[in-house]
Design a protein around this ligand. Structure first.
Ligand SMILES: *Cc1c(COP(=O)(O)O)cnc(C)c1O
Length: 428
């Protein structure tokens, strides 16, 4: 609140593609897709049309005892595009709620099949899964969690396979693979009391865009099967093409037991989320009402028709424009445009997974000693960005790019140029 006395809020009047415009006519390139939700630009004509059409047909109806066309169509589409074996869809209305649903449903599944001692969750350090109490508990970003610690259930936390910490002569894959031994030991020790392992596949986004290799996910899938523990893939941030494939899990060729989707699901238009799961999980809830096997979890706006229609339009663009294939060129552009940061005396690492690129600013390049967070150097990059027409919003000392897929090569160059100037100023 106090920050905004010297750093005024930016009121936005309108959006068009990758651009946002304020009331004074200043334009900002949305380099972070408005917190990772926007897929095909602001006010995308095709999504706009779909939502307008839906608005004149049905704005909302409860999803209890009732259903509607976009909810049915979207569920069918999601089953079709997600990894094989995810055949059932449960709607909610935001990302944190999707995580709550997956946690509750996993726990409840084990209750229903008589494994009553399974009450725990295993999570990775530096993970983030949202900020409602359950989601916050399985996350590990201290800043968000510390104050509420007395209210939170205690997960079992395993060290993240984060490749930033690999040895100099180690590849990312080697590091991720050897980091798996801790997970394996934890599963061996705690499987009896564990419902599920929850991870953000490939990129820990809120945890400073830290990345790891798909081999970790392959090993995790195998171990979860071996130890009879669910795998929850929180693809809320990384889903819908961000990592280069439609879903991050595809790169490890795995099917999780639960997949949480939100953020890009509606193209960045409306709050909506979905949890996909297997027929096996579904069947454990299929019973007469006299037993408390039913999954009772409802939100007023669950499966909202406007949100579903935006999601259907978004998925149609992926299909019609062959987006995953076309993004390969953009991914290459992003690689070329961020190479120059490697030589910067205060950059320890430039990393990229698909359409997500991140620059790690440090005090000491050789030792990787970080800047103290109190210096808030990222804020200087943010301010420089605003003055020069780019919305960057560094996570601590990590400047990152996660643009909408309608960005052009020239816009990528502009975005990275402004970021580099910002880092020059911030590291003085
Ligand atoms: C943003 C995010 C969430 C929470 O979604 P909200 O809609 O903000 O509640 C959960 N998990 C991941 C990985 C996220 O990035």
């Amino acid at each position: 609140m106090k920050d905004h006395e010297w750093l005024p809020l930016v009121p936005i009047k309108k959006g068009d593609g990758v651009w946002l415009e304020d009331f004074e006519g200043n334009r900002y390139l949305d380099a972070i897709s408005s917190w990772w939700v926007n897929m095909f630009g602001h006010c995308n004509p095709r999504i706009n049309d779909a939502v307008k059409k839906q608005l004149d047909t049905l704005e909302h109806v409860l999803l209890a005892g009732f259903s509607h066309e976009p909810a049915v169509q979207l569920a069918e589409k999601l089953v079709a595009v997600t990894p094989k074996g995810l055949d059932k869809v449960f709607y909610a209305d935001n990302g944190s709620s999707a995580v709550e649903v997956a946690l509750k449903m996993s726990f409840h599944y084990w209750q229903n099949i008589g494994q009553k001692n399974k009450t725990k969750f295993i999570t990775l350090s530096n993970g983030y899964h949202g900020e409602t109490l359950g989601a916050l508990a399985v996350g590990d970003v201290e800043l968000y969690k510390e104050t509420y610690a007395p209210l939170l259930m205690q997960p079992i936390t395993v060290t993240s396979p984060d490749c930033y910490y690999r040895e100099q002569d180690e590849t990312c894959a080697e590091h991720s693979e050897h980091m798996f031994s801790e997970m394996k030991e934890t599963l061996a020790q705690h499987a009896e009391e564990t419902c599920a392992v929850i991870v953000e596949p490939l990129v820990q986004c809120a945890g400073n865009m830290r990345m790891y290799d798909p081999v970790y996910l392959s090993l995790l899938r195998k171990a979860c099967d071996e130890y009879n523990v669910h795998l929850i893939a929180d693809e809320i941030a990384v889903g819908f093409g961000r990592t280069g494939t439609m879903f991050a899990c595809e790169q490890a060729n795995i099917t999780p037991d639960f997949m949480c989707l939100s953020k890009g699901l509606t193209g960045g238009y409306l709050p909506l989320s979905a949890v996909l799961t297997t027929n096996k999980v579904y069947d454990a809830f299929y019973d007469d009402y006299k037993n408390l096997t039913a999954f009772l979890h409802s939100h007023s706006y669950t499966g909202n028709p406007l949100g579903c229609s935006a999601a259907l339009a978004t998925l149609a663009i992926f299909e019609q424009d062959n987006v995953i294939e076309k993004n390969k060129a953009l991914i290459q552009q992003l690689t070329m445009a961020t190479e120059q940061f490697n030589e910067h005396p205060h950059v320890a690492e430039v990393r990229q997974t698909g359409m997500i690129a991140a620059i790690e600013m440090v005090k000491e390049k050789q030792t990787r000693e970080p800047y103290p967070w109190q210096e808030r150097r990222g804020l200087k990059v943010y301010q420089h960005g605003l003055k020069n027409g780019v919305l960057l919003r560094p996570l601590g000392n990590v400047v990152y790019f996660m643009p909408p897929y309608v960005i052009t090569a020239d816009e990528i160059d502009m975005m990275t140029k402004v970021a580099l100037e910002g880092i020059n100023i911030a590291s003085k």
